[in-house]
Design a protein around this ligand. Sequence first.
Ligand code: ARG
Length: 430
Amino acid sequence: MSDLLWQKPGVEIDQRIMRFLAGDDVVLDREFFLFDIEASKAHVEGLARIGIVTAQESADLVRELEQLGADFRSAAFVLDDRFEDGHSAIEARLIERLGDAGRKVHSGRSRNDQVLVASRLWLKAKLLELSSICAAVANICIYRAEHDVLPMPGYTHLQRAVVSSTAMWFAAFAEAFIDNAWRARQALALIDANPLGTAAGYGVNLPLDREYTTRKLGFARMQVSPIYAQLSRGKFELAALDALGAAVLDLRRLAWDLSLFTTAEFAFVRLPAPYTTGSSIMPNKRNPDVIELMRASYASVAAARTEIEQLLSLPSGYQRDLQGSKGAIFHGFHRGLDALALLPDLLAKMEWDAPRMRAAIEPAMYATDVAIEAAIAGVPFRDAYRAAAEAANAAGEGRTPEASLAARVSPGSAADLRLGALRARLAGLS
Ligand code: ARG
């Protein structure tokens, strides 16, 4: 490992302890590295604005930071355990290339606000990605709700209940994912605050141009209190994971539907071949592994949430425990976004088996229609209900699923899906 930023003369470094302290930090910091470089550029320019570095030094530092970013992207520079963490790697490189100018770069900042600002920028990018994937899911769901109007059974308690339709199924997930896209935007708006310039968590005796770095980094506002900036580490990760959790919660239920609907017993849905796998021993099998892993992604998001929540049993001020939030947030977001990202294509390509769904609609499923028709004709609903129950299957004889759906006029249901309202909310996102 290169020299530690904080090494004191005469104090020996124990490598076993160092490894424990660093953990997998330097590897995790690869995720943040480009954001750390962006924030470092803004910090350097901010320092030039208050005369801590000269205009020339600032230009040199920015140029070297950009070069480091390019080298990192091309793998000419590898962030590895030569360094304690990503922050040290940036400073070491600037000192190596620029000497004194590099040695000035940490004026007025701490790794505590450095990691905060890099992780904040990372979280913002992930929430934007989450929002656009959710919008893409909603978009394909609306399209298919318009085009696939096939009767299917509607279930409650997994028992056949009333006639439903593929359009109603798609419209449901359209609305769910519009909510999820909005939820991601709301989480983004909450965390869109610049912590850079709060230093170790108590500010510094320099008139840092925090307005400038806030603008430059594209934050909506400055996070004002240095102590709160530290308090928000972990809290904001949880807000982001809550938004992600809402989306994968719906994904989990959607995947559950598909894993039921693709069984031989239901056989309502055929998945596109690339979304299934074979068995190593049973030549007859095609398994819906992709939807199962989509369903399982919820566990990773929930685990990330739990890990961070457990870490936050802390007093105010920076505590090294907070370092543990990085692995959790990466793992949760990778699993969650990877699973969600496949969903639009899967939804676009899955096929319904119309005859199988139709065959699963039995006459008793019209009983609610029959009772409500009698109620429309003036029979008190409770009496109409009893008459329909007594007539059992006979009540629904001769009826068709199409007629049942055509009469389902309550707003939002089959005869009045209100897809226009959904489209309008979706459009409001862009
Ligand atoms: N790796 C550390 C983290 O993620 C960076 C901040 C280190 N700060 C400190 N005071 N040791 O929290």
